[in-house]
Design a protein around this ligand. Structure first.
Ligand code: TXA
Ligand code: MG
Length: 325
């Protein structure tokens, strides 16, 4: 067991990172569990504390485009355009790495995922630390991502060295991951930056061919396997009108938009993300609502799909993986 310290400010968190310790910190998407990306011992600690398989690569966080460009062998025009437009922000670019980035960070892949997070505390930490910071979401592997400091402690207290509390995350889902490893930009993970926004700058993105969950290594690790998952079985429905009836079961409902109360009355617990169906509000509340539903320990959670547009694409992706067996 480690003792998990509450950091008083960004400079204390940065100092701990520089000393090779594991520190959770807020970003605009979800809380990250950081380690100095050039310190293999510290990076190995991330895999250990999250019980994350080593074939799942980590995203590297920096505070400036110049620092990002120094970690890769090519920074193509598409990267420049996207960085200019969307960094700091919920976008991760996969680019060919230099030898400065240990293979452990990228799980042996030739590309490294990099982003500049749009959270003042994260930027303060990264600037003060000076080193690139590898940080996956700060939750035990395959569990629900943390959007508050308490969520982080619920899963990792005693397994990490420190945490800086910056309140709830504004975006609520992880960054969109785009590979620029070859001439055809490819979407590896839908996320907090809508794909439409990216395509408006660099044109259509390729979608990777689906791979089976047990095929390793995967081009976009963690894409199809069970992930973001509550302990409770989760069932997806297209509309509340389609809600299945399970009379003998205690059911929780995760929904959005207007609800027919006669429909929702048979649920033991209801989380409504946004009554107007605003997808930003839905995303910001999504993982927290899933956690609360899970903690009421129902027999199952019924979740309503989002429209397949904008942030809805990332939310449906998380629901689909949360529902995977
Ligand atoms: O918003 C986010 O991206 C958050 C915050 C903390 O920045 N981080 C995050 O990290 O979601 P994580 O570890 O939970 O998800 C990382 C995923 C990997 O599972 C993989 O799909 C993709 O990003 N990824 C990272 N590095 C990659 C690489 N070198 N090649 C391909 N995919 C990569
Ligand atoms: Mg994660």
């Amino acid at each position: 067991m480690r003792h998990t310290v509450q950091c008083r400010n960004a400079s204390e968190a940065a100092q701990m990172l520089r000393a090779g310790q594991l520190v959770a910190f807020p970003t605009e998407t979800v809380y990250g569990l950081g380690a100095d990306a050039k310190n293999c011992h510290a990076v190995a600690g991330i895999f250990e504390s999250k019980q994350r398989p080593s074939f799942d690569p980590l995203i590297v966080h920096v505070a400036s485009v110049a620092h990002a460009a120094s970690l890769v062998t090519q920074f193509p025009e598409a990267a420049q355009l996207l960085a200019e437009r969307f960094w700091p922000g919920p976008l991760t670019l996969v680019l060919p790495k230099t030898n400065d980035i240990p293979d452990l960070v990228t799980s042996g892949l030739p590309g490294v995922g990099i982003r500049i997070p749009a959270h003042p505390l994260a930027l303060e930490i990264l600037t003060a630390a000076g080193c690139p910071v590898a940080a996956p979401s700060a939750n035990p592997f395959s569990g629900i991502s943390p959007t508050t400091a308490q969520h982080v402690l619920d899963g990792l207290d005693g397994r990490i060295d420190g945490i800086l509390d910056g309140g709830p995350c504004g975006v609520g889902v992880e960054s969109t991951v785009v590979s620029l490893m070859d001439a055809h930009p490819t979407l590896l993970r839908p996320g907090g930056l809508p794909v439409e926004d990216i395509e408006s700058v660099i044109g259509p993105l390729q979608r990777p061919a689906p791979v089976s969950a047990d095929e390793q290594p995967q081009p976009a690790p963690g894409m199809l396997t069970r992930h973001y998952a509550p302990k409770t079985p989760l069932v997806l429905v297209a509309a509340t009108a389609e809600l299945p009836d399970f009379p003998e079961k205690r059911c929780g409902l995760l929904t959005w938009g207007s609800m027919d109360l006669a429909d929702t009355g048979r649920f033991d617990y209801v989380e409504q993300l946004s009554s107007s169906g605003d997808l930003r509000t839905c995303a910001a509340g999504f993982f927290g609502a899933l956690r609360r539903l899970d903690s009421t320990a129902p027999d199952m959670i019924i979740a309503r799909r989002f429209p397949e547009t904008g942030l809805g694409v990332a939310l449906n992706d998380r629901l689909l993986r949360a529902s995977a067996k």
